[in-house]
Design a protein around this ligand. Structure first.
Ligand code: G6P
Length: 612
């Protein structure tokens, strides 16, 4: 979603800003822009389309100067256009201020009317432009820039991460945060501002995360953080752990493919140091809950969005199976506004790859507000959710750049398997049963590796799926969420409509869709309900639907019933989702490739959804 990069120092700002925006491209956006100060001269360049288009504009008409802000916009208010791209300028005459903004201003309509009545000219359809004019108005009243921003902010209802510069106050840059992340990067005689540490990681490892309600003033010499209500704040400096090559393609055509191929390592990294063989269990350092407290738990709530929500659904099956605890999986966007009953024996987890998803953060805050201890399963170290949760488990999956999440799903399911094992071993699960789970986990990387080796067959299957307008993904029991995830992958990157359903539920509606043009993808490894699945496949065949089946190698009957059979190794049921999802990821990838889609930057999608 929208990205912010700011720079103040001694080097030319534009190339640093553009390079930073490029590092945020993966988040999803549809226009980009910069505002650069050269003394008291401000140049704004912004373009609809890719960062490349902006860069070409800057090549033709450079914006020189060593202080600037920049943005990639993901349209919310008003379509993607040059005008609606950020930065937005404020002021009645010559622009007095330029602003880039992540988030949503909910009262922008009434503010716009008020400002228009005072003669502030509006040039865009965005909610952001009111911020620029509000700050310009405060500047006009003789306030210095930091004060002007702080005086404007209380008028805003909604969320923001902001970066602001003014030609009237050269040599400084202001950032503010409420509900949308912002991080300050500390260099040598230079400072950076970004919505995601990834944008500035090549320049510095030292960062200070702003908290909600805080603003920062940056100059080339120093920086100062103030809270809206509590005044000056002593910043906490963190180090970001970033491996320079972690975000390179490493010979793969797309980040998505690279991340699919990383999954054997992802599983190993998610387990590292967490398996206790002597006790046939798993342990987590960061849960911050005593064994006694975990034994008291009677119910688990898992809240998440998107792919993380699918991982949570797999977690539901696993925790119920291994720990016999009732689990509810909630859409974070629903949970946060529902009055879901929680008691002190309920364990609430939120799951998020980015740790910044607005609704997931909202769910976490709602549980906290109600006095409930909150736990998070998060990938991005230092993200808002990671910092606000009372305890949690990191995925250690490294940066995930592909918008369609793959390795984060695997890491989440791995962690949930370990969690289910841990909760199970505190209850009913015997040593032998626990050990069987540990051994199954040990076999996951090898099994995923073998599935990856079948990519040529998956490519061939993609040719059958690519012309379809619609597809069904079906799975039973623990494979139902895998079917949902497979369908989501296809939708996200190939734009083919796909629905995930519990296999038997197909008869209650979706079967009406089946014809020769609508393929069904069955997730059907051998397991307790296999015979029933085979009957469901027969039902589709009887209606001339073509069948792609993911099944256990050597399952001749399934192979005979399917038009395309995608084998996975014979592994225990508890780890089957982690292995069965891989062919579906590759299938979606190859379909998207055949259809000529922009795999790493699918239309309309954002990697990290920081608005509600
Ligand atoms: C966006 C992404 C999805 C992701 C979801 C939740 O919609 O496009 O891939 O699953 O957000 O993200 P999170 O970072 O909270 O896991």
């Amino acid at each position: 979603m929208c990205g912010i990069v700011g720079y103040i120092g001694t080097h030319e700002a534009s190339p640093i800003l553009v390079a930073g925006l490029r590092r945020l491209e993966y988040r999803g956006y549809d226009s980009a822009g910069v505002a650069v100060l050269d003394g008291d001269r401000m140049v704004v360049r912004k373009r609809a389309g890719r960062v490349r288009v902006l860069e070409e504009a800057l090549d033709r008409e450079p914006a020189t100067g060593s202080c600037g802000i920049s943005h990639t916009r993901w349209a919310t208010h008003g379509p993607a256009s040059d005008r609606n791209a950020h930065p937005h300028v404020g002021g009645r005459g010559e622009p007095a201020v330029a602003v880039v903004h992540n988030g949503v201003i909910e009262n922008h309509d009434s503010l716009r009317r008020e400002l228009e009545a005072e003669g502030f000219p509006f040039r865009s359809q965005t909610d952001t432009e009111v911020i620029a004019h509000l700050i310009a108005r405060e500047l006009g009243d003789g306030n210095e820039l930091f004060t002007a921003v702080q005086r404007a902010l209380p008028r805003l209802a909604g969320t923001y991460g902001l970066a602001v510069v003014s030609p009237r106050c050269p040599g400084e840059m202001i950032g503010s945060r409420l509900g949308s992340p912002l991080v300050v990067g500390l260099g040598d005689g230079e400072y950076f501002l970004a919505s995601d540490a990834m944008a500035i990681a090549p320049h510095t490892a030292q960062v200070a995360y702003l908290q909600d309600g805080e603003s920062v003033r940056l100059t080339t010499r120093d920086f100062e953080i103030r809270h809206q209500e509590h005044g000056s704040i002593t910043p906490r400096i963190d180090r970001i752990d970033w491996k320079p090559d972690a975000v390179e393609l490493g010979g793969h055509a797309h980040y998505m493919l690279k991340e699919i191929y990383e999954q054997p390592d992802t599983v190993i990294d998610a387990c590292r140091g967490r398996i206790r063989r002597d006790e046939a269990t798993a342990r987590f350092g960061g849960l911050n809950l005593a064994t006694r407290q975990l034994r008291r738990v009677r119910r688990v709530v898992l809240a998440a969005c998107g792919t993380s929500w699918h991982a949570a659904l797999v977690g539901e099956y696993l925790i119920e199976r291994l720990a016999h605890l009732p689990v509810e999986v909630e859409y974070a966007s629903e949970f946060r506004y529902r009055n879901a009953p929680l008691d002190d024996r309920t364990l609430v987890f939120v799951l998020s790859q980015s740790g910044e998803t607005a609704d997931t953060l909202g769910a976490l805050r709602e549980a906290k507000r109600r006095g409930h201890p909150t736990l998070a399963i998060v990938n991005t170290v230092g993200s808002t959710i990671a910092r606000e949760a009372d305890g949690g488990i990191y995925l250690h999956a490294g940066s995930e750049v592909g918008v369609a999440s793959t390795k984060a799903f695997s890491a989440q399911v791995t962690v949930l398997t370990l969690l289910a094992l841990h909760l199970g071993r505190l209850r009913n699960l015997s040593f032998g049963e626990g050990m069987a789970v540990v051994e199954a986990i040990d076999s996951i990387p090898g099994a995923i590796g073998r599935v990856l080796a079948t990519e040529p067959a998956i490519k061939a299957a993609a040719e059958r799926l690519a012309p379809a307008r619609s597809a069904l993904y079906l799975g039973r029991d623990i494979h139902f969420p895998v079917a949902l995830e497979g369908a989501l992958k296809l939708k996200e990157i190939s734009y083919i409509h796909a629905e995930g359903y519990p296999t038997a539920e197909m008869k209650h509606g979706p079967i009406a869709l089946i014809d020769r043009e609508t393929p069904s993808v069955f997730v059907a490894p051998r397991g307790s309900l296999h015979a029933k699945t085979l009957s469901n496949i027969e039902e589709v065949r009887a209606r001339h639907g073509s069948i792609i089946a993911v099944g256990t190698e050597g399952d001749d009957e399934l192979a005979r019933l399917s038009d395309v059979f995608l084998p996975i190794p014979d592994v225990p049921e508890v780890i089957q989702p982690l292995v069965a999802v891989v062919p579906l990821q590759l299938l979606a990838y190859h379909v998207a490739l055949l259809r000529g889609c922009d795999i790493d930057k699918p239309r309309n999608l954002a990697k990290s959804v920081t608005v509600e």
